[in-house]
Design a protein around this ligand. Structure first.
Ligand code: CAA
Length: 283
């Protein structure tokens, strides 16, 4: 195996998903967050998924215990110091990510590769903050992580080929199909998907149709597995808005103007599935 011990920083939906599939693949996982309640929520999500798999006969209770036994949790980043690879999956904010990479750069062994699950921020900028830009790479996963098969692997300006290869190899070990993308806002998937989701929110704001009908239209008329507004709720409207705003700034193109409907949902604290309300209700 390319690595035996993987660190995950951030136990939210993405971090917990990455920890789950890595533990399933037999890696020792160190999962770190800043508050025990986030760690507990992440463990609960994994537990729920494993219970579901066990009830379908896909895994046994012993498998579940073994997976859980592969996960160590901590509130202290220094628990990540001897991991061969650390994947960061914290809030999509460049200043907070840079601060986290500055700390990881100081804490982790010089050989540790640091990956970011950013949806579209600059790998080069994050890498520069770490003090080891040659060993920083983007590893972009998709929600829900246990189901979605892709990982986009994105080198920054100074990332070495060896670092990219490690990210590709680990992606395969944890059951994903990696593809390589250049550093550009949104890489591949979000470059195409985010304008579509933002447009659906514009259409909703303009009253083109109800939320239900916009989603039904794309499911029945374009064979999408899920409607665009339900997908906004799944991704997190707060995350989506940050990505659209980043696109608007980076491309300077009015086609990326964030929909007012996204801003209003965020201002109201209705981020989607994770808060129980977004374009649809989940309570
Ligand atoms: N965690 C783990 N497993 C899950 C899950 C979750 N959150 N949600 C669904 N599943 C599993 C189910 O257990 C089920 O497994 P089995 O096949 O073993 O029974 C399987 O997925 C299918 O689920 P359902 O039958 O309940 O529901 P569905 O057919 O509607 O599928 C879905 C659910 C796969 C999520 C589907 O709705 C889908 O494909 N949605 C689109 C997801 C997508 O586009 N994600 C990308 C978002 S963009 C992003 O993440 C990047 C970013 O940076 C913003």
């Amino acid at each position: 195996m390319a690595i035996s011990k993987l660190g995950v920083l951030g136990a939210g939906a993405m971090g917990a998903g990455i920890a789950q599939i890595s533990a399933q693949a037999g890696l020792k996982v160190v999962l770190v967050d800043i508050d025990q309640k986030f760690v507990d929520r992440g463990l609960q999500t994994m537990n729920k998924n494993w219970e579901k798999d066990a009830s379908k006969g896909k895994i046994t209770q012993e498998d579940k215990e073994r997976f859980l036994g592969n996960i160590q949790t901590s509130l202290d980043k220094s628990a990540l110091k001897d991991c061969e690879l650390v994947i960061e999956a914290i809030i999509e904010n460049i200043d907070i990510k840079k601060q986290a990479f500055r700390e990881l750069g100081e804490i982790c062994s010089p050989s540790t590769v640091l990956a970011t699950n950013t949806s579209g921020l600059s790998i080069t900028e994050i890498g520069a903050a770490s003090g080891r830009p040659d060993r920083v790479v983007g590893m972009h996963f998709f929600n829900p992580v246990p189901v979605m098969r892709l990982v986009e692997v994105i080198p920054g300006e100074e990332t070495t080929e060896e670092t990219v290869e490690l990210a590709m190899e680990v992606s395969r070990i944890i059951g994903k199909t990696p593809i390589r993308a250049k550093e550009a806002p949104g890489f591949i998937v979000n470059r195409l998907l985010v304008p579509y989701l933002n447009d659906a929110a514009h259409a909703y704001q303009e009253g083109v149709a109800s939320a239900e009908d916009i989603d039904l239209a794309m499911k029945l008329g374009a064979n999408m597995p899920i409607g665009p507004l339900a997908l906004c709720d799944l991704v997190g409207i707060d995350v989506l808005l940050m990505v659209v705003e980043h696109f608007y700034k980076e491309f300077g193109d009015p086609k990326f103007r964030p929909a007012l409907a996204l801003k209003q949902k965020v201002r109201a604290g209705h981020f989607g599935v994770k808060t129980g309300k977004g374009f649809f209700d989940y309570t």
